[in-house]
Write a protein that binds this ligand. Structure first.
Ligand code: GDP
Length: 323
């Protein structure tokens, strides 16, 4: 039985991955913060797999605890998906999160070298590693130029992955993930913010949605398909890093049209532009070229953007009716 360890298992990606691997008969273990171990047994994201998985309360800062867990589990695959969401955070304030984000990658890689050297390690990287990219679309050869502390942390993690692969022969790879959405996306991201607002406004629970720049462009994919890509990469013959993206960038305006259209409303009547939510203008759009992943491992994005957003709106309508 293949044994898998997932960090961030209660998050969007971790929970979809856990479902996918449980359905394939894998022995799935997850790491959660020690203080949330009791609560996460009840997390809605883990509803479908709660009885099939084993949760471990381990801090990502705790090198010894991670080493002990790896030594006792000796996983066949490890997916490091947990990460603080730092894209908009101030540099000085978030120094401690930067430290955890980087150190945790090292804790896992070094523990695997010592106790489970044949384990396959997948690291969730980010398009933010490209940051101020020189051109679009970006692929595996595009130079990294992070613009946020989040991007810097992810890039440092990626360098550790490459280093342990080259110097210690570990099967370690980074997925350079572009934005990927689902009903489990956290509401601080613009897609979920908009689908929740459309649902709640249509039910008379809210009156407006406050947003920043609606011409901002993003390459939005479907989270369950992106965790499939993670598994393909972890089970490939060789460890290689890949861009995981759709290759299509759309403005936030298209998201508004789709989400409000799904509930029969015109978003323009409810949109309030909030200058405090504007981010610095992007010179080059983050849009990923995933052709290497497509040709090497046969992955491709399938669910159309409109259907992703409709699924999120339907989910948010149900949630809003219950509460
Ligand atoms: P990320 O920035 O790629 O991690 O993803 P987000 O979902 O947070 O943001 C996507 C884009 O939507 C960015 O270019 C934002 O500038 C734009 N955006 C416009 N209004 C908002 C808003 O109210 N909240 C967020 N999160 N993003 C917004």
């Amino acid at each position: 039985m293949t044994r898998v360890l997932i960090t961030g298992i209660a998050g969007q990606d971790g929970s979809y991955l856990a479902e996918r691997l449980c359905a394939q008969g894998y022995d799935v273990h997850g790491i959660v913060r020690p203080e949330s171990l009791a609560d996460l047994g009840h997390s809605p994201n883990l509803e479908h797999v709660r009885k099939k998985i084993t949760l471990h309360g381990t801090s990502l800062d705790d090198r010894d605890a991670i080493a002990a867990l790896i030594a006792s589990l000796k996983p066949d695959q490890c997916y490091h998906l947990a990460s603080p969401t730092l894209v908009t955070s101030a540099f000085m304030r978030e120094l401690s999160q930067l430290t955890t984000a980087v150190n945790s990658v090292h804790h896992f890689l070094s523990a695997l070298c010592t106790s489970a050297p044949s384990c396959r390690f997948f690291f969730a990287g980010s398009s933010e590693m490209f940051g101020h990219a020189p051109a679009e679309p970006q692929n595996e050869s595009t130079p990294f130029n992070p613009r946020s502390i989040y991007g810097i942390a992810k890039l440092a993690g990626h360098h550790l992955v490459v280093n342990f692969r080259r110097e210690y022969g570990l099967f370690a790879c980074t997925g350079i993930l572009y934005n990927h959405e689902s009903p489990r996306r956290s509401p601080q991201f613009v897609t979920r913010k908009v689908t929740m607002a459309a649902a709640r406004i249509s039910l008379g629970l809210e009156k407006e949605v406050r947003l920043g720049n609606i011409e901002a462009l993003r390459d939005w994919g479907y989270a369950p398909e992106y965790v499939h890509a993670m598994q393909l990469m972890a089970e490939a013959p060789e460890p290689r890093d890949h861009v995981i993206s759709t290759g299509v960038a759309r403005p936030v305006r298209a998201l508004l049209e789709q989400a409000f259209g799904a509930v029969g409303l015109d978003y323009r009547k409810y949109l309030v532009t909030d200058p405090s939510l504007f981010r610095p203008q992007e010179a080059v759009t983050l849009r990923g070229d995933s052709s290497a992943l497509r040709s090497r491992l046969g992955w491709k994005p399938v669910k159309p953007f409109g259907e992703i957003i409709d699924e999120m709106v339907q989910h948010d309508l149900k949630l809003a009716r219950v509460h």
